[in-house]
Each structure stands twice: as structure tokens, then as C-alpha cells.
Design a protein around this ligand. Sequence first.
Ligand code: MSP
Length: 660
Amino acid sequence: MKEKYYITTPIYYPSGNWHIGHCYTTVVCDAFARYHKMLGEDVFFLTGTDEHGQKIEKKAAEAGVTPKAFIDPLVAELKEIWKALDINYSKFIRTTDEEHVKAVQHIFKQLYDKGEIYKAEYSGWYCTPCESFWTEAQLKDGKCPDCGREVTLEKEESYFFRLSKYADKIIKLYEDNPEFLQPKSRMNEMVNNFLKPGLQDLCVSRTSIKWGVPVTFDEKHTVYVWVDALSNYITALGYGSKDDRLYQKYWPADLHMTGKEIIRFHAIIWPAILMALGLPLPKQVYGHGWLLIGGDKLSKSKQDKVKAELTDPKQLVARYGSDALRYFLLREIPFGSDGVYTNESLLTRINADLANDLGNLVSRTTAMINQYFGGVLPAAGEREGTDGELIAAAKALGGNVKKAMDALDAPLALAEIFRLIQRANKYIDETTPWILAKDESKKARLGAVLYNLAESIRIAAIYLKPYITAAPDKILDCFGIDGKTAEDFSSANEFGVLKAGCAVKKAPPIFPRIDVKKELAELEALAAKRENKSAAEGKPAERPAVHEHTEKEQISIDDFGKVQLKVALVTACEKVEKSKKLLRLSVKLGKETRTVVSGIAHAYAPEEMIGKKVVMVTNLKPAKLCGIVSEGMILCAENDRGELSLLAPERDMEDGCEIF
Ligand code: MSP
């Protein structure tokens, strides 16, 4: 029987504004899924979208549509990106799928029946007309921040999951299975930061959020989004439904691949839920690093740098092809760590590895077979010189790639494949076929050299198939091999499979070399165009919501002292006409009143701003935005998903007072 392999990506928030960083987890999983399929395993590869929760509810309401109508086009867009990147998933789950919703309800009920979930009270300030709970800090002058009416200290009933009792069990899980959570650093982080200090029971239902899975036995509650989302890994297989054959076949998952920022959910909360349900645990969870953008602090400012990078996956694929993007993501980022994206690093990878090393090897070899042997593959002949070394490298490739992939190190697997490609290029320099070709008596030797090269290329191309999906088939086609017949690695573990006498076509240009200087200039011009367009529309240039390098140069206390920060009270606020992003705010700083234009309209409604006390930079040179002079800047925190949170003094302070 075939061994099974079940791999999952996290399910994506349908946030839109998809960028190259979003593609990372999925491209990595696709490469692992394809690799295991080629090993002959029965693979199930799951991805999808995480569609419930307050954020979507709010955004849809702002857009004046239902949450589902708001999400559908974003999901379609994501699927288009996966298609462009040749992602071959087995299933795309949406948490709004009816079967998923029913299964989550079943899971929640099971947990409740087992006593793992209990009802308790969650206390906060309640505004009856708005049906909303607020924390002390959220109140505006002690009143409801939404409608300004009186609030009362009340309690919202919620269901809680007994997470606290699982801390020791999870520590033991890690101790007994050191491979469970990788890389190792993530395990230390979980143990020291969360498990050792002790876990709190987790609030797993809300009555104030309607856009969620209703609790069947208490319909005013909806299930906490993370419980809903994590359950997808089993509901997608039919767990909790009449037909759970896929669940029986594929669960437990072999690998949950996730970004490092959501490892806590996958390595603590999810195992605890499964333990509570009495279900088997996934075999491994891996928390990969981030793709960072704008890391080059030596050139222009971070902001300018980010704007200059081309980060839209579809545009990148249209410009350089899906292979180039997949290769970059899989090769450039040391697995488990962060990696930096710049236009230049992408172009350099394309040129150095794909055009020079791989492209040249294939084009030189097939051209020589055509030039010297009329496009007919010569015989292998006697071995001499460095033949043995090249053949040994080709034969060792499968084992080396396997070692790297078993260690979940896709960049290393690619490095191994390119080591063979580089060895073959060196072999051309060593054997100098163009000199052999001048001497008729060396014809057999020339044939043997070209045969060895053709075989090395064939083996490298087959091993490349999980990582890049178009070029290997084009390469194999030159040697009369249909890519589909090379769907497993068996033929790549032998040297001497190609038959002498077979036809060899001259390779088409597979990865044309890019003129980096020219291309960078074009990208800069494109970025400038984007910016001008945005400026003309009166909005700040779209900045991709991607994790950015936060490291800046050190500054002295004197440098910092030049910045004047004050507490400002927002007294009026309105949308700037013709701009999606800008709000115009009137703020009070003690006796002084100022106007500020701020790009936060996607995160805050104007009504929501009035009465807020914010932190403001007051000595910035005034700047005109959309025709309005902005006399300062208010400060926000922004996470990797582009969500904003305004900075505010932790205790109530008079407006106008200084911050230092
Ligand atoms: N919906 C949750 C996951 C629920 S799983 C039960 C979520 N979604 S997400 O859309 O924010 O992220 C999806 C994946 O994209 C995560 O693995 C995240 O780490 C990854 N990335 C998003 N931006 C990224 C980079 N810049 N770099 C690398 N991966 C990052 O979290």
C-alpha cells in the first residue's frame, strides 16, 4: 500500500491586496506535496480561506454588502493567484462551506458534552443600544465610543475551553516528540513564553459577533474564529460528517506548515483541542519565517524602497513566469528564517541560477548534440577523466535531495540539484567538447561526454519538478521524454536511461537572461507611475501590506529629541473626498487646534475617531495631501496583515501634554 502524506497550509484571511509574502507558505507546501507524490506517496494537500469574524463583518458593512458577497471576489482572486503559480492543491476549503459549518458545530458540541467547554461570564462595559461590550480603555470619557451614551458594567456570557489543563500535557508532547514542533527555536518560544507561565482558559464563543458559526445549543453565541479555522484541518476530510473516509485515510496530518506568527495556535491550542476531542495529533508543525520587504537600509529610505518593489504575485508571474517566482521563494529564504525580497535579489537569482547555470547547460548541450551529431544522441562509451565524478554526483542526487526534504529544507534540496548542474557545467569546461570536435579520432569521446551531460540534465530536470513546474518538462521534451511519464523519481535514480540514437531537439530559450540594470530602471519607472497615479487620485501610494524590516540605523538621544510628540484630542473627523484612504481630522492640543490628514480610512470610520485621544508628531513640516494642508501626523501600529491600531496614552491625559 502507498504511504500517505497529508500536508496543509493555514487558511488565508480574505484580505485582498495579496502580495508575494502570502505566496510563500503555499508555494512551499506545493513543493512538498509534489515531492512526496513523486516518491509514490498518496498525497492530500489542503489549503483554503478563513472567512468568519468581526473584521469581515465590519468591512462588509462598510462596503454595504453581505459578508459573503464581500468575500467571494477576494477568494476568486486568491484562487487565480494559485492557478498562476501552478499550485496543485487537492482541496480548497472555505470556512463558509456548509459541511465545514456543520462539522464545527459538531466539534463544539462534542467538547461541550465532554465537559471541556463551560459557560462563564466575561465582564466589561456594556452599551445596551449598541449591544456591545467595551473595555475600560475603549470608553470615551466613560461613555460608549460608538454612540456616546451611558454604559453599565455588565457581563457577557461566553463559553470557555479548559485550555489551562493542557499546559503540562503539551510540554510532555514536545518532550516525547522532539520533531513535533520545528524549527527548534519555536519550541523554546512556546515553552518559555506560554506553557511554563501557565495557560488561561480560552474564551471560545461570542454573543456580539454575528458573522460566525452559530453554537447549536445556544444560538446567540458564535464560535471563536480560531476554533472555527483550526478545525478546517479535519472538517476538510469529512470529520463530523456522514462520509469521513478521507478523514480515516489521511488524518493525522503529516505536516501543518504555518508562518511563525501563528505557531501558538497550531502548536498549543490545536493540539489541546484535539486532545480534548480524543483525536490523534498532527505529526509535525513547522513555523516558517517571513519574507521581508524593504530591507536595504543603505539605499533610499525604507518607505521609498518598499514602493519601488514589485510585490503583486500576478504581475510578477506575468513578467518573469511562475517558475522564476517559485524558484526564488523556495531558494532564497533560508528555511525557518526570514528572507528579504528586493526586485534585484529576484532578478539576480533568475540570471545566476536559472538563466546561467541551468539555461546555459541545457542550451549548450542540446546545441552541441545537434551541431556535432545531427540531433541524434551519441553512445555512452568508455569512462575516463572526470566522468566518474559527474556520474557519481548525478547518482547521489536522489539521496541528497531526500535528506534535505526529510529535514524540511527545500532551499538545501534545490542547492543540491544546482550543485549537480554546476558540476555538469564544470565538466564541459574540463572536457572542452569544441576541441574534441576538431579531431575526428576523438568523435567517440565527444559522444560520451555529450551523453553524460544529457543524462545529468535529465536527472536534474526530474528532480526539479516539485519546485519549478514548467521548465523541467520543456527540458525533458528536448530528449524526447514526455514530462508526464516522469511523474516519479524511479528513472532519475539510474544513470544511463537515455537510449543512444534517440532524437535530441535544440532547447528553446528556457530562462532568457534579464538585463538587470534596464529591468530595474523599468520597475522604478513603473513604481513612479503607480505613485503619480495615486497622488493624482489624492491618496498615498498603495503600500503593500507586507512584513517590513523594522531595523533602522541607531540614532542619538539628540536626534530623538528633535521629534515633538503630544497628546491630541480628535474633535471632528470626515472622509477626504475622492480618496479611499484619507481622513481629515481636527485635533485639539490644549489651546491650539490643528488639521491633520491621515491615511487610516480603511481601518477607522470618521465617527469612531471623534473623542479619541491619540499620539501626534507636532513638529513635522506641514504637507499638502489631496489639497489639504496637514499640520502633523498621528501615530499607529501596523501588523503584518496591514491592520492598524492607533497609539493612545495608557491613562487619560489632558490634550496638549507632551510625550517624551
Ligand atoms: N487565517 C489565519 C490562519 C488560520 S489557520 C487555521 C492567517 N491567515 S493569513 O492570511 O494572515 O496568513 C496566511 C499565511 O500567509 C500564513 O502562513 C502567514 O504566515 C503567511 N504570510 C503572510 N505574509 C507573509 C510574509 N510576508 N512572509 C511569509 N509568509 C507570510 O494567519
